[in-house]
Design a binder for this molecule. Sequence first.
Ligand code: 5BU
Length: 500
Amino acid sequence: MATSTPSVATAAELKPKEGPITSQEFEELVLRLHEIEAVKFGNFKLKSGLMSPIYIDLRVIVSYPDVLRRVAEVMWHQVSGAAFDVMCGVPYTALPIATCMSLLHGTPMLMRRKEVKEYGTKKAIEGAFKKGQTCLIVEDLVTSGASVMETVEPLEVEGLKVTDVVVLIDREQGGAARMASNGLRLHSAFTLSFIIKTLQAHGLVSAKVADSVAAFIAANQTFTPSAAAPTPSPAAPAQPKRLPFEERASLCQNAAGRKLLELMARKRTNLAVAADVATVEEMLRIADAAGPHIAVFKTHVDIFDKWDDGIATQLRHLADKHEFLIFEDRKFADIGNTVVSQYGGGIYKIADWSDITNAHLVPGPGIIDGLRKVGQEKGRGLLLLAEMSSKGALATGAYTEKVAEAAAANQDFVMGFICQSPAKWATPVPPGLVHMTPGVQLASGSDALGQQYNTPASVIGQGGSDVIIVGRGIIKAADPAAAAAQYREAGWAAYEATLA
Ligand code: 5BU
């Protein structure tokens, strides 16, 4: 073991370190990280499935207060020139680091909840802050930068500005470029190359291992700036980013679509709630509580404990009272002749009470004709499923394009799409068609069964959708009405930000 490795592993008195960090101190910290096995060499299977010759696990530093403290100090020094009002650690490993930086230097901290889905409407960001304040992001390790972005988004939704990110180790696999493409400056205490060079100089890593790490980094780059962030042509005229809903209403050929666009503009909400609850009582309670905040109330009628015409009437009363449209998310997928009976008849008589329903285009355009036959005269509208939110969904690429074409060709009855990222579609669709997106929570993430969540800002902003569909983020909240108000605000702010 190198003689420079300190043997005392206790936290020093709690006061900030004076003066700059010396190169010897940087080296000592690298050696200490190696000593406590935060940096290991061998053959490791990463979360992605890739085999890596190096493994970095900074979770262990909480057991070594001297290391935690020095990590916090070197990271603080990296951002001594940056201006920020608050700091937020990326959960979980960076939380103690951010806490330590906060304690040493007196800068307040915020915390981002990772499990917003579990906690419902508990805020995505905890702590005291004001809109317009600047927040520094603190992270232990950056590879692609994806987890950093997951923390940046909910902060920005709350009106905080994020300009700088500080990490202990940059794996040099594209994170810095990705940060830069999002307008963020990345400050790192160490690059992976520096760590390897230091350990090699102290005889702790062989030349062979050093070469294999360098080869691994070169072969596993995560970001291609030109492909990921095409530079807009400076000569391109400034296009309106999105026509306001009220203007699009007059371009919409379907009655229910027109009603929805007008209603969203009037009520100032682009929120749909997914009422996936077990009982009719609970469903009606949510409709009444969330009603003032929503444009659309989405049901799966076949999951309720009972159903009859009286229940449908009660729901329609609430729709009239609060002015929202009802959307039965039936996802029809059969031949035209069968969907006529499924939509108009059976126990549920969906067309009698639901303003909107949806269908897959797998069977071909006959499904639109069958549903139109029942719904058109009742003033109903159809959404086509162009993309899904679940991991591995097959509705992509050429299929999605075909759906977009079919919608454009049937605008009398088709009012729009269920989709994820219409901004990425090859051909723009007529502005009278509405885009609605499920898989939305205040923080991005996933559930255990393949559901994938994006934030209102990314769905409406980058994704180019019009309406956010939120289920568990609202219905599992302790106060669904307050949660609906919060999603409404986030969704509407994102919409307004995309107007010309
Ligand atoms: P969540 O609790 O916010 O995950 O609920 C999402 C709702 O949207 C739920 O009713 C799904 O059935 C529905 N959904 C979806 O999540 N993803 C899709 O691609 C489509 C519908 Br289509």
